[in-house]
Design a protein around this ligand. Structure first.
Ligand code: FE2
Length: 471
């Protein structure tokens, strides 16, 4: 029986190891810090969180310099976590967990909703701050050296959104950070927000009123456009306001709607086209670009939204495993609207897709990196590198181990798109530990590994912050 279930158990220990035991050949140019985020505590008192996305955020920093790897891990000390530890029970609503509220509590919460600040999904740099992100618009800043939590970022603007993607995108040409959010109320609105380099003021790039908002974890971006992929997993906003159920359980799968791609022009916020396709669901946009009068939009998709149910902790820990991966689907969205065509680009399964950020972003590109599934009765048990055009795939696996999201780090002055390394934290349950794997991205072979003296629960996303302050 595969023991990937270790990746869904809590890690309460916080440590600092200035130098991890390392084997292999670390590139001398590899200098900076990989900061990863993910849930690490799945219960409070005698209460359990329901879903993988709900556990308390923990940051892990791998500092690479002079051929050595240092490691530190620390919980993000959020209000959500502090209140839960103080009360000995779950206090704030998470993605798929609501605290047990009395009638009085529920009424009170209408006037005093406390969205979670448990930012467990991703990290980013915002102006000069390092922040942890989740799907509520409450980025939590932290010190990248000590991982100490500073607090929720106070934006210098009056923008109001109820949700915010944990996957902002940086425009390669301008350095502007674009984000997608939604506000729920009598009138619901999707909003595209932009933050120019060097400040923390969000400006509205586009907004679109919507009756039944879709659950969209990320969005697509080309040079001129933003693409909102409205999966037919939609919510009646009244259900959210009444808060009878945890957030995601208010959304309904309505396949008759199909998938609607809303193409918004960045320059003036206009919706220039809506394209339609069969019902599908996805968390992660891989990349998008403009070609031959169409937007090409690559997304990891599933036939339906049951992947969300598959990621409840009961299910993940059960004897009925889920591969936790989908397929790379390429949509072609005509700029004059109408039906989108799509093809599955590769038989190889994947999730947590990454590209060469900045160089490949919003342009025709070749390489996608991700976690994959080798054995279908297993969780993510390999790393994959897929050619986005041809679907050709290379894999890396080591029996009994479970890799996390591969983060591409470019070699300085590299000429090819895959000139660099990928960094992945691999769970090795048999040895009760994890290791940082360094793969040469071009040859797809191991260069080095550094062993962490504990098992790190499965995480979501991380970023590499170069020593010179370059991502
Ligand atoms: Fe994500």
């Amino acid at each position: 029986m595969p023991n990937y279930r270790r990746g869904f158990e809590s890690l309460r220990r916080e440590i600092h190891e200035p130098e991890l035991p390392t084997e292999g050949d670390l590139p001398p140019w590899l200098a900076g810090t990989l900061i990863r985020n993910g849930p690490a505590q799945f219960e409070v008192g005698d209460q359990d969180y329901n879903h993988w996305f709900d556990g308390h955020a923990m940051l892990h920093a791998f500092r690479l310099e002079n051929g050595t790897v240092g490691y530190r891990n620390r919980f993000l000390e959020t209000k959500s976590r502090q209140e839960a530890l103080d009360e000995g029970e779950i206090v704030r609503s998470e993605f798929a967990t609501d605290p047990c509220m009395s009638i009085f509590g529920r009424v009170m919460s209408l006037f005093d909703p406390k969205p979670t600040d448990n930012a467990s999904i991703n990290v980013a740099r915002l102006d000069d701050q390092y922040v942890a992100l989740t799907a509520t618009p409450l980025p939590v800043s932290f010190d990248p050296e000590t991982l100490e939590t500073a607090g929720v970022v106070d934006f210098a603007d009056d923008v109001s959104v109820d949700t915010s993607t944990a996957h902002p995108q940086i425009e390669p040409e301008t350095g502007r950070t674009l984000s997608y959010g939604a506000s729920f109320g009598r009138q619901c609105t999707y909003k595209i927000l932009g933050v120019a380099p060097g400040n923390a003021t969000r400006r509205e790039v586009a907004s679109l009123d919507v009756d039944r908002p879709s659950y969209m974890h990320s969005f697509g971006m080309t040079e001129r456009y933003v693409i909102l992929s409205e999966w037919p997993l939609v919510v009646n906003p009244l259900d959210l306001l009444l808060r009878g159920k945890p957030f995601i359980e208010n959304f309904e799968w309505t396949p008759g709607r199909g998938t609607r791609f809303r193409i918004l022009r960045k320059s003036d916020g206009e919706e220039i086209a809506t394209c339609t396709a069969d019902a599908a669901f996805g968390f992660h946009h891989v990349n998008a670009f403009e070609r031959d009068g169409a937007v090409v939009c690559d997304i990891v998709t599933y036939p339906d939204a049951s992947i969300i149910d598959d990621l409840y902790l009961d299910r993940l820990r059960s004897d009925e495993p889920t591969p936790g991966t989908g397929h790379l689907r390429r949509y072609r969205l005509p700029l004059n609207g109408g039906a989108a065509s799509s093809t599955v680009q590769s038989d190889e399964r994947l999730e947590l897709p990454r590209i060469h950020d900045g160089v490949a972003t919003a342009r025709p590109y070749q390489h996608v990196y991700g976690v994959g599934t080798r054995e279908t009765d297993n969780f993510t048990d390999q790393l994959v590198k897929i050619d986005a055009e041809t679907g050709a795939a290379q894999t890396w696996h080591e029996s009994g181990t479970y890799p996390g999201e591969p983060v591409f780090v470019p070699a300085p002055h590299g000429s090819d798109e895959d000139d660099g390394v990928v960094l992945s934290v691999v769970l090795d349950p048999g040895n009760e530990q994890s290791f940082l794997l360094v793969l040469d991205a071009a040859s797809w072979s191991e260069r080095a590994r550094a062993t962490v003296p504990h098992a790190i629960p499965f995480g979501f996303h991380g970023q590499f912050f170069g020593k010179a302050g370059r991502d």
